[in-house]
Design a protein around this ligand. Structure first.
Ligand code: PEP
Length: 263
């Protein structure tokens, strides 16, 4: 992590929590903050919570009041039209989204999203004035075959080309598939090395704009291991799935990454 890039802690709730449960979580978090729970200042740490789509608009107001962003977990291409089930960037912006996760491995696997589609979606997020959090990462087979760099380069290049010079408006999450939901996170040093290498690719594509690109790590991050990633040289924060669903676990991570008041 470097001081010039604002670190991000983002929660990916996937298809968990009903609308009332999501609202109850956010209201309870807000009460805990009012009672003294740590909440880093917005300009020091960017917090983002990505609930299910129906919960996005209801939780956006209470989250904004705490200085926390709200993210969608997908976007569809185009602005409006005959796209049954589609939700466009302008619609997400109108629903008060601030961020959008793009290219999560579950969407690549379950919905057949290709690198080109993920790149186009990242560009659509930016066009809507929102911040894309673009996921890249290799499978366990690819890792065993020594193809991590090759796979991540292919995925990342499609995005770097689609959002040329995006700089600090773009966030990448390195999420090795074998680490997602398995309890077997990457070693921070290994994740940092991949992140650094990604930044090198971005520098080759974008020049100096790459210095603003934030690269998160995701995959079995918990309250117990988050600081290892948080303090790794090339990693600018974390995207957290399972461990973000439970209040005490989430509060512990927020507390862990909050800078000391005098720092
Ligand atoms: C994810 O799916 O984005 C993720 C990081 O999940 P988990 O933290 O549960 O491994």
């Amino acid at each position: 992590m470097t001081p010039e890039r604002r670190p991000m802690l983002a929660a990916n709730w996937k298809m968990h929590k009903s609308v009332p449960e999501s609202l109850a979580f956010v209201r309870a978090w807000s009460r805990r903050v009012a009672d003294g729970a740590a909440l880093p200042p917005r300009d020091r740490v960017e917090l983002v919570l990505c609930p299910t789509l129906p919960a996005l608009w209801p939780v956006a107001g209470p989250l904004d009041a705490m200085g926390v962003g709200v993210g969608a977990q997908n976007i569809d291409l185009g602005a409006e039209g005959a796209v049954t089930g589609g939700v466009s960037g302008p619609l997400l912006a109108e629903a008060l989204a601030t961020h959008v996760i793009v290219g999560h491995s579950e969407r690549r696997r379950l919905f057949g999203e290709t690198d080109a589609v993920v790149g186009a979606k990242a560009a659509a997020v930016l066009s809507a004035g929102l911040t894309p959090i673009v996921c890249v990462g290799e499978s366990s087979d690819e890792r065993r075959a020594g193809q991590t760099r090759e796979v991540v380069a292919r995925q990342l290049t499609a995005v770097l080309d689609a959002v040329a010079g995006g700089g600090e408006r773009v966030v990448v999450a390195y999420e090795p598939l074998w680490a997602i939901g398995t309890g077997q996170g990457a070693a921070p040093a290994d994740a940092s090395e991949v992140a650094g290498w990604c930044r090198g690719l971005a520098a080759a594509a974008w020049g100096s704009a790459a210095s603003g690109l934030r690269i998160l790590y995701g995959g079995s991050v918990t309250r117990d291991n988050i600081l290892g990633f948080w303090h790794a040289d090339e990693i600018d924060g974390a995207l957290v799935g399972g461990a973000s669903l439970e209040m005490e676990s989430w509060l512990a991570m927020v507390h862990a990454v909050a800078p000391a008041p005098s720092a």
